[in-house]
Write a protein that binds this ligand. Structure first.
Ligand SMILES: O=C(O)C(=O)C[C@@H](O)[C@H](O)[C@H](O)COP(=O)(O)O
Length: 359
């Protein structure tokens, strides 16, 4: 399956299929450096496969630390130095093979080195169906997640479903958080469809029909980012679940998508009071669903004494205006709205959520 973005210019293809990696070479630049930066765990796991697709081409490989650890400023500096000492030029190209963190990190290298060079996203996780699309790239600061970044479109997204076969359960659950978010942003019908196909972790682990739902997620996201590339309006809706989610993730280091799913639950509790979209029954149904899939809801008890720290992270969110926390909520009619939420409302929602989980 091949999509093409529909920006007014500089569009890029998204190739979504099993063994898409064997088509990557079509995007190599002749007589220029093509440098693959690959998550070291992905390299260990798939070395033979990657070699079978790429060994006949003149490309360089750099392994990078796995997961979120690469999105660190001092690590960024060390990889910048390494690439610059390889004499890259503005015509060189980076290729990110890995999950969302790898794509964010390599994309940020590409956005900043020599004031911008090309890069290609080769996502290897479910989660990265989200992060590889739309050009948000960046690294973390000690103050919060993704606070150092840029918008930099990839030259292509080569999404090889083969890599999904070895995903651990936590990664599947994490990616599903963003798939579920996209379904919410799409329609209630898509949410129900998703919950019917994946009623529990057993079905989700089989990844039946996953190509269809990844396509749905990508299409939902594309529609939004093409309308509002630089997040001045509707793109903020893609941050659904991320305000609380990013704080929880940053504090506890649970996976991004698991934190986002808990963030979506948190947003539902807030909805109940501000927009009245959700009510006790809808929240309770959602909690039971999250339990079926195995989201780590008990983490909310583990962070009980650190809710102030989560609140401090929430205060660093890029959607905020001044000191006021802005959260994406669902309005009464199911549309989306961004509302100011006070510390008191956050604390009340947190207390309420903990008791709802135990009901
Ligand atoms: O692409 C976007 O826009 C998103 O908000 C997608 C999010 O799912 C993604 O996690 C993103 O990296 C978060 O963006 P941030 O601006 O809050 O760091």
């Amino acid at each position: 399956m091949i999509f093409e973005t529909t920006y007014p210019n500089n569009n890029y293809p998204i190739i979504l299929k099993e063994h898409a990696l064997s088509e990557l070479h079509a995007f190599f630049k002749e007589d220029e450096q093509n440098i693959v930066l690959i998550d070291q765990d992905v390299y260990q796991l798939h070395r033979q496969y990657i070699k079978s697709c790429l060994s006949q081409y003149d490309i360089k490989f750099l392994t990078i630390v796995s997961g979120e650890a690469c999105k660190d400023l001092s690590y960024f500096e060390s990889v910048c130095d390494k690439l610059l000492s390889m004499n890259i030029t503005r015509q060189s190209q980076l290729i990110a093979i890995g999950g969302g963190a790898t794509g964010d990190f390599v994309g940020f290298l590409a956005a900043t080195l020599l004031r911008g060079i090309d890069f290609i996203q080769v996502p290897t996780t479910l989660l990265a169906h989200d992060s590889a699309i739309g050009g948000k790239v960046g690294i973390n600061s000690t103050v919060g997640k993704n606070l150092i970044g840029a918008f930099h479109r990839p030259r292509a997204v080569i999404y090889d479903l083969y890599f999904l076969n070895t995903l651990p359960t936590t990664e599947i659950r994490s990616g599903y958080g963003e798939i579920y978010k996209h379904a919410i942003l799409n329609s209630e019908e898509k949410v129900n469809q998703l919950m019917n196909v994946y009623p529990s972790i057993k079905e989700l682990e089989r990844l039946n029909d996953i190509e269809h739902y990844l396509k749905m997620g990508i299409e939902t996201k594309l529609k939004i980012v093409i309308e509002d590339e630089f997040e001045s309006g509707v793109r903020k809706n893609l941050n659904l679940g991320h305000t609380f989610g990013h704080g929880l993730e940053y504090l506890t280091k649970i996976s991004h998508g698991e934190a986002v799913m808990i963030g979506i639950l948190f947003q539902k509790v807030i909805n109940q009071h501000i927009t009245h979209y959700d009510n006790h029954d809808s929240i309770f149904k959602f909690i039971n669903y999250l339990k079926e899939i195995g989201y780590p809801l008990s983490i909310l008890y583990a962070v009980e004494t650190e809710i102030d720290a989560i609140f401090e992270y929430m205060k660093k969110d890029k959607k905020n205006i001044g000191q006021s926390i802005q959260m994406v909520l669902q309005d009464g009619d199911g549309s989306f709205t961004i509302e100011s939420v006070s510390k008191e409302q956050v604390l009340d929602a947190f207390t309420e959520l903990k008791s709802l989980i135990n009901e």
